[in-house]
Design a protein around this ligand. Structure first.
Ligand SMILES: Cc1cc2nc3c(=O)[nH]c(=O)nc-3n(C[C@H](O)[C@H](O)[C@H](O)COP(=O)(O)O)c2cc1C
Length: 188
């Protein structure tokens, strides 16, 4: 059973990306993964810089330990001006500063799936292309090719938390199925 850490790159109350992360967490559990969902609101961190080496706050060390303890991650993230959020960038960078190693090893051996939700038509897709590059080149992660972007997300979730649009729901299913499959494979 692969273990997967689920988190959203928004700590906003009512966050659409947290909704997507929560839905993904329940689907990943149904697919047979052991899931831990966290909120970055529980990991308050100052802006990272090089003074953090050897001096990382407890929240960064805890986050890093969670990354290390799981076979993979599912990350959802809002799109801010076509990029991913400073909250997520800061948290990811702290996780490397908390345990420095060779470049591009922050998530080496980990499989990552990506999702985004936005009220806009593109559903945060542009942020995910950027996030994918950073995770692959900067962190050494294996990012699965499918991605789950949910457009018009303010209206996309039904009462039960499911995505009502068939196409967007299909993207999520495909991403999560591949993530579990690859994480299982990486663990074997
Ligand atoms: C600084 C900033 C820039 C944004 N830029 C974009 C954008 O480029 N594309 C987009 O679809 N939404 C953009 N948005 C809207 C967010 O995607 C929207 O607020 C979303 O609901 C935030 O995610 P959350 O609900 O998970 O907090 C932007 C929001 C902020 C605060």
């Amino acid at each position: 059973m692969p273990s997967l850490l689920v988190l959203a790159g928004s700590s906003r109350a009512g966050s659409l990306n947290t909704k997507l992360a929560t839905l993904a967490a329940s689907k990943l559990t149904a697919l047979g993964a052991k899931v831990t969902q966290i909120s970055l609101a529980d990991f308050p961190l100052p802006m990272v810089d090089a003074t953090g080496f050897g001096n990382a706050p407890e929240a960064a060390t805890k986050l890093r330990a969670l990354f290390d303890a799981h076979d993979g991650l599912f990350i959802t993230c809002p799109e801010y001006n076509a990029g991913y959020t400073p909250l997520l960038k800061n948290a990811l960078d702290w996780a490397t500063v908390a345990k420095p190693g060779a470049p591009a090893t922050g998530l080496k051996g980990k499989v990552v799936g990506l999702g985004a939700a936005s009220a806009g038509a593109m559903g945060g897709y542009r942020a995910l292309t950027q996030l994918r590059t950073v995770l692959e080149l900067g962190f050494g992660a294996l990012v699965v090719p499918e991605m789950a972007s949910v457009g018009f997300a303010d209206k996309a979730f039904g009462e039960n938390g499911e995505i009502t649009d068939e196409r967007a729901a299909g993207f999520l299913t495909a991403t999560l199925e591949r993530l579990v499959r690859e994480a299982r494979h990486a663990k074997a």
